[in-house]
Design a protein around this ligand. Structure first.
Ligand SMILES: [Zn+2]
Length: 290
């Protein structure tokens, strides 16, 4: 089946073969492509990127459903976008699933990308626990909680922690508010505070005061959200996904040292979790309208 993962920087697409729909280990990525999101080209640019990415992996797809994970807050039942930041311009209010369904001539399921990653991490594991909370730290900050039960809007929740108020009158966010956590806990925030082009440069430069401070702020924001997540949701596990998880050797031990939260782990399935999770949700989930 065709799947896409729409982020602020890249649109990833994959052709996934599925042996038996409820057997996670039968899901295999056959073809994978990544294209730039082209946020600067506005709504049409992003939509073109999604179609282009899907077409690049489309060969011999026989499934009648296309699964898309996307940044932004998504209505579970109809796959429309409730809120989106500037990284997906014009997506707020966009009937994403309906429009893509008309373009592609197939049923399209659209869910939030952190929800997709959390579904993947929760179900594609041998040692499943009762609840899995995933924080995806990349261009922005995603957060989702999956609990055992049917794959529906009650058991797969987009927590939207990225846009909770973290600093009164703080930095302006792409959502229009000020002081959102995402402005303090994301790759974007690290690069901004450090004044570097890459997160790696920021996290490895121990001689530069701004870099050291950027790293300290990142770790403190992560500690704060982990504390809040534990108190509010009591998840059985907390996993970190997204781009920052792929460079855990640059910060995770420091995080354990300063926070004591050594039960926090990085996501097991890496940057393909969104694609696999949205495929699994589309085939096994309950959606009233999609
Ligand atoms: Zn915000």
């Amino acid at each position: 089946m065709l799947c896409a993962d729409v982020g602020g920087t890249a649109v990833k697409a994959a052709l996934i073969s599925v042996g038996r729909v409820r057997l996670p280990q039968s899901y295999k990525i056959k073809i994978f492509r990544s294209v730039p999101t082209r946020s600067a080209d506005g709504f049409e640019g992003v939509r073109d990127s999604i179609v282009k990415a899907l077409n690049a992996v489309r060969s011999e797809d026989l499934a009648d459903v296309v699964a898309i994970a996307t940044a932004g807050e998504v209505m579970w039942n109809d796959g429309s976008v409730l809120h989106a930041t500037r990284s997906l311009p014009g997506f707020e209010g966009y009937a994403f699933a309906k429009d893509m369904s008309e373009r592609l001539g197939k049923r399209v399921v659209v869910i939030n990308d952190a929800c997709a990653a959390a579904v993947c991490e929760h179900y594609f594991t041998r040692r499943r626990v009762a609840s899995t909370l995933v924080l995806t730290i990349g261009t922005g900050l995603g957060s989702a909680l999956v609990t055992d039960g049917p794959i529906d809007g009650d058991h797969v929740k987009d927590l939207e922690l990225g846009h909770m108020l973290y600093r009164e009158n703080g930095i302006e966010c792409g959502c229009g508010k000020r002081g959102c956590l995402e402005q303090y806990l994301s790759a974007t925030a690290i690069k901004r505070d450090a004044g570097t082009n890459t997160v790696k440069a920021a996290l490895t430069n121990t001689d530069n005061v701004k870099c050291v401070e950027a790293k300290r702020n990142f770790l403190a924001a992560l500690r704060d959200v982990v504390k809040l997540a534990k108190e509010k949701y009591s998840p059985k596990e907390i996993l970190i996904g997204g781009g920052l998880a792929e460079m855990k050797e640059l910060w995770l031990d420091d995080f354990y040292g300063m926070s004591g939260y050594d039960d926090v782990k990085t996501a097991r399935l890496g940057n393909k979790a969104g694609l696999l999770g949205t495929a699994y949700a589309a085939l096994n989930g309950r959606f009233s309208d999609q």
